[in-house]
Design a protein around this ligand. Structure first.
Ligand SMILES: [Zn+2]
Length: 278
C-alpha cells in the first residue's frame, strides 16, 4: 500500500526515468481510471505529443509536469503502482493504462482500483488540488516546529492512530508508518491526541520526521500480500527496520516484551508494545 515514503520514492524515480520523454502513444485499458475525462480518447489526446517534465507531490498525489503548462496527475489509490517497462515487455492483466514514449519504453499504471485515477489537469486545477491539501501536515515538505504541531494537536479529541492516519491532519500516513511512529514515540495508539504532555508531543513530532525520512532513504516498505514495488519493480528496503508493524508476539526491540496486535474501532489491527508505549 503506497504511503508517503513510497509515493516520494516514485516521485524521485519518475524525475530520473521519464523526465524529458515525449508521449507517442496512450492506451487506456480500464475506462474508469480516466473518469474525469469525457472518454479515453479525450484523455489520450491531451497527452499525445507532450513532453514530460519534473514530478511533484501534492500529499500522496503525483503531478508530472507537461510542456505547455498542464500536468498528468496520478492518484494511486490504496494499491496502485507505476512501472517503467520496455515497450516489448508483456502487459500484465492488472494494467490500467500504458503511456509509451518516442525514444522507447512505457510508463504503466497498474492496480489503480476503484479509487485510483489518472487525469490531465490545467494549472488552475493543480492549484485547487494543492489548496485542498494545504491544511494537512506534509512531513517531507513542512518545517513545522513542535510548538506549532502542538497547537494543531490540542484541539483534537481522537486517538493518536486515528489522527495520524487522517489525511486532513497529516499526508500519507497509513497503518504501517502510523504503528512505527507510535512505537518510536513510545505512545499508545488510543491515547487522546489532546491529552499529551509537552514531552510526549516532542517525541511524537520527532518520530514522524524520523520514521518518514528514514523510510524515504530506504525507498519505502513492501509488506503484505500485494507489496508495493518501485518504478523498476523492486521492493523497498525499509521492512527490516519495522519495529512494530505486523510483529505481533515478537519481542519489543526496546524492552523485550512481546508485542500485541489489537483491533481498532475501524476494524484494522494495530501493533504496539504494551509495556513501553503508554
Ligand atoms: Zn517495549
Amino acid at each position: 500500500m503506497p504511503e508517503l515514503p513510497e509515493v516520494e520514492t516514485l516521485r524521485h524515480d519518475l524525475d530520473k526515468e521519464v523526465q524529458g520523454r515525449r508521449v507517442k502513444g496512450v492506451e487506456v485499458r480500464t475506462a474508469h481510471v480516466v473518469r474525469r475525462h469525457r472518454n479515453r480518447k479525450e484523455f489520450a489526446k491531451r497527452l499525445l505529443g507532450r513532453k514530460l517534465g519534473g514530478a511533484r507531490r501534492l500529499g500522496v498525489l503525483l503531478a508530472i509536469a507537461l510542456d505547455g503548462g498542464e500536468a498528468l496527475v496520478v492518484d494511486l489509490g490504496p494499491a496502485g503502482r507505476l512501472r517503467k517497462e520496455r515497450s516489448s515487455a508483456p502487459v500484465d492483466r492488472q494494467t490500467d493504462a500504458v503511456v509509451s514514449f518516442t525514444v522507447g519504453g512505457d510508463l504503466r499504471a497498474l492496480d489503480l482500483g476503484e479509487a485510483g485515477e489518472l487525469f490531465v489537469a490545467a494549472e488552475a486545477e493543480l492549484d485547487e488540488l494543492a489548496e485542498e491539501r494545504r491544511g494537512a501536515i506534509d512531513p517531507l515538505a513542512d518545517a513545522l516546529t513542535w510548538q506549532a504541531f502542538n497547537a494543531r494537536l490540542e484541539s483534537r479529541q481522537e486517538g493518536l492512530r486515528a489522527l495520524l492516519t487522517d489525511r486532513s491532519f497529516v499526508a500519507g500516513i497509513g497503518p504501517v508508518y502510523a504503528d512505527e511512529i507510535l512505537w518510536g514515540s513510545e505512545l499508545r495508539w488510543d491515547r487522546r491526541a489532546g491529552s499529551l504532555a509537552a514531552q510526549e508531543v516532542r517525541r511524537l513530532h520527532r518520530a514522524i520526521q524520523e520514521v518518514v525520512q528514514e523510510a524515504v532513504r530506504l525507498r519505502g516498505s513492501s509488506v503484505g500480500d500485494t507489496p508495493w514495488l518501485d518504478l523498476r519493480g523492486n521492493k523497498g528496503e525499509y521492512e527490516p527496520q519495522l519495529n512494530a508493524y505486523q510483529r505481533e508476539g515478537q519481542p519489543c526491540r526496546r524492552c523485550r516484551t512481546p508485542l500485541v496486535g489489537e483491533r481498532t474501532e475501524r476494524g484494522e489491527t494495530t501493533y504496539y508494545c504494551p509495556k513501553c508505549q503508554s
